[in-house]
Design a protein around this ligand. Sequence first.
Ligand code: ADP
Length: 537
Amino acid sequence: MMQTPLLLTQMIERAEKYFPKKEIVSRTESGIERFTYKEWGERTRRLASALNTLGVKEGDKVGTLAWNHHRHLEAYFAIPCSGAVLHTINIRLSPQHISYIINHAEDKVLLVDPDLVPLLEKIKDSIPNVEAFIVMTSGPLPETSLDCVYHYEDLLKKGDPAYSFRTDLDENAPAGMCYTSATTGNPKGVIYSHRGIVLHAMALGLADTTAVSERDVALPVVPMFHVNAWGLPFASVWFGTKQVLPGPYFTPAILASLMEEEKVTITAGVPTIWLGLLNEMEKNSYDLSSLRSVLCGGSAAPRGMIKAFEEKFGIPFMHAYGMTETSPLAVIAASKSYHDDLSSDEKLDIKAKQGILVPGLEMKIIGKDGEVAWDGKEMGELALRGPWIASEYYQDERSQDAFRDGWLYTGDVVTIDEEGYIKIVDRTKDLIKSGGEWISSVDLENALMAHEDIFEAAVVAVPHAEWQERPVACVVLKEGSEGKVTKEGIVEFLKPQFAKWWIPDDIIFMEEIPKTSVGKFLKRTLRDQVQEKTAQS
Ligand code: ADP
C-alpha cells in the first residue's frame, strides 16, 4: 500500500473543496457571527501567511489563550498546516502554571482573546521569549502593557488568502500540544502528531463510536483549550459538519438556546455542564429534539443524570472515557445490537459504565496478580496503547512513571465485565482505602446524585486512626430542597445500596463543590477543606 502521510492539511482542503457552503456559527463578544467553510478557509490561509510573516517557522510553538470561536478554529488549522505547533493553553490554570507552560513549550507567538489580555499582563515579565501577541478581536485593541501586540483582523487583512498549506510535512511531526494538570508539581505536556489527530478524528466518525458526520451540527462545550475540544473541531472540519462554537462566559440558558436555534445534533462536555443544562431544562422549556447525542466524559456521568436526559427529556446520552494523553477518545459506552431487548434499567446500567475500547486501540488491565478477570469485580489499573495515545510527556522526566514497556498506565482503577465494558472505579489517588479494602468514591457519588434533592455530591477520604481512611460525602442540594433533607435521611437512602462499611461517616452540606479548571470535582482541595473541618469538630 502507499505510504501517504496523514496531515491536517487534507482535512481543511476537503472542507474547502466539498463543503464550501457549510457553516461555522460562532458566539463572540460582538454577537453571533457566521462563516461558510469557504470564507473560513480563506481566513485560515490568511492567518497562516501572517504567522509566516511574523517569523513563525516549521516546528515553532504558537500558543492560544482563547474560548471556543471561529478565530480559535482558524488557529487550529493555520498553525499546524503551516508546519508550526498549536499549543492550546488552559486559561483556567494559575498564572504561575500558565507562565510555566508557555516557557516550557517555548511558545514564540501567543494568540489571545481580548478579555484574557490582563492574564498575560500579570505574567509578562516571566515569559520573555514570546515575540508577539495577537489579540483575537474585531473591536479595537484593548489598552495593554504588553509589547509587540498585533490586531488579529488587521493581520488577516494583510495575509494571503491563497496561501498554500504544507503538504510535505512528516505525518509524525507535532501538530498540537496540550498540558494536563499534574497532582503535584507543574503541568505535563502532551504532543499530538498530525497522524494521531487524523486517526483520532477518523475514530470519531465511526458509526459505533460518536458517528460524527456531514449531517451533524456539532457544538463542543468542552473548551478548545482542553484536549482539542475532544477532537470534535478536527473531525467536523474533515467531514464538513456544521459547527456551533459557544464563545465566552456561556450559561446553561445560553447553551440551551443555541442548541435550539441552530438545531444542534451532537454536543460534548463534562458532567457538571450537563447537570447545569438539566437544571435549566427543568425550569424552562426548550425544543432540543434535534439532539441525537450528548457526549459526556472527563469524569463519571451519574446514572441518575443519564436517566433524566434519556427518559425525562428523550435525549440520547453517550458516556465516554479518555484523557489528555489519549487524544482523548479511548472508551465509549455504545450498546450492542442484542442489548435492544433489555429493560430500560439494564440499558441504563450499560450507559452508566464508561464502555468498550474504541477500534484501533489496545488495552490491558493489571490487577494484583496480573491481568484481571472479565468479571466486573476484580479491579486493576487500565493501560492503553495505540496510534493516538501519547508515548511520553514533552521533555519531562515524569514520563517514566506513566509510560512503561510501550504502554500508557492511566492511573485509573477499573473493572471489566464479561462483555468488555469498562467501569472506572476511581483514580488511583482518589480510591478510599478503609481497613485494607477499597471504597469507590465514584460509586457513592453516583448513588448520591440519584437522590431527588441532591444537585451535586463528591466523596473524599479523611484519615482515620483505626481504619486508615473513611469516606465523607459533600453534598450540594437542589434549589428549594434546603431543609427538606437531613444527614440521617441521606444515610438511610444509601444504606440499602451499599455494604455497611461503605456508608460515609459524615455528610457535609455545601454551597458549591470546588471544581478544576475544566469543571471536574477538585478532590485535592475538597479533601483539605473536609479534613480541616473534621479536625475542628
Ligand atoms: P486532568 O488530569 O487535568 O483532569 P484529563 O482531562 O486528562 O486531565 O483527565 C483524565 C482523567 O479523567 C482520566 O484519567 C480519568 O480519571 C478521568 N475521566 C475521564 N473520563 C471519565 C469518565 N467517563 N468517567 C470517569 N472518569 C473519567
